[in-house]
Design a binder for this molecule. Sequence first.
Ligand code: UTP
Length: 290
Amino acid sequence: MTTKPVRKAVFPVAGFGTRFLPATKAVPKELLPVVDQPLIQYAVDEALAAGIDQLIFVTGRGKGTIEDYFDRQFEIETDLEAKGKTEILNALGKTRLKPGQAAFVRQQEMAGLGHAVWCARHLIGDEPFAVLLPDELLWNPADPCLAQMNRTYEAKGGNVISVLEVPEEHVHRYGVIDPGAAEGAVTEVKGMVEKPKREVAPSRLAVVGRYILQPEVLKVLDAGKKGAGGEIQLTDAMAELIGVQPFHAQTFDGARHDCGEKAGFIIANLALALERPDIADTIRAYARTI
Ligand code: UTP
């Protein structure tokens, strides 16, 4: 099957991060560090590893530092260079995107994830695109989530979303799919519902923050229909494409850390710290004492 390659990725980063206040009063949630790297960098690394070459950030008021983060920082760089601290200087290399590779648009009001994606419609244009929610840290550096999804997209075309099985008592927090035929990690999507009550949830397969979508979803979002919580939901717009275009869910093979909430964020720090040779022993030794 020939499919148009996915070249663009949208990062919706306009949310208030209320669950992390006061930490997120002046610092965007997406710049909170897991070990020594902000959340947004993990999502950007994942996108670039999957062959994405254009990055679109949907920001909001007070999020200007995300744009600064991806710029040069002459004072620090000059100082590091003068002091010969090349290792740290090299670590900054990945924060400098190619000229023109990143674009920033603002979502003026928090009207929902669907609305945030719709704010990027002119930059997306008429081609397939990825959406990555940076507060979901999907960790498999050897085979990142979006790369796993891209392989399914190349085989099946249409739309591909990532899912994971969650406990029944948590389904009400997520978009949940109604599963059709499954082939290994790939499941056909027959329906989708945002934040269902446990009794009516069609499965325990929850959508976890990664999407490959066709541009037609933007036409559906044009209508500005409000859904759960009075927000314009991406899930509702995607649901309208089921049956019209191929639609598959890819069960993510890797570790998922929900860094949008405190416990998940702390666990992510612990888990990734234990993979760092310079600090793993210290962290492990301390953890044993408690
Ligand atoms: P969340 O609801 O998890 O993020 O939205 P939040 O609003 O930042 O956090 P809390 O709930 O207040 O603690 C999921 C993702 O969608 C983006 C958020 O930035 C986050 O990455 N989002 C959500 C938007 O960009 N715009 C919206 O209107 C809603």
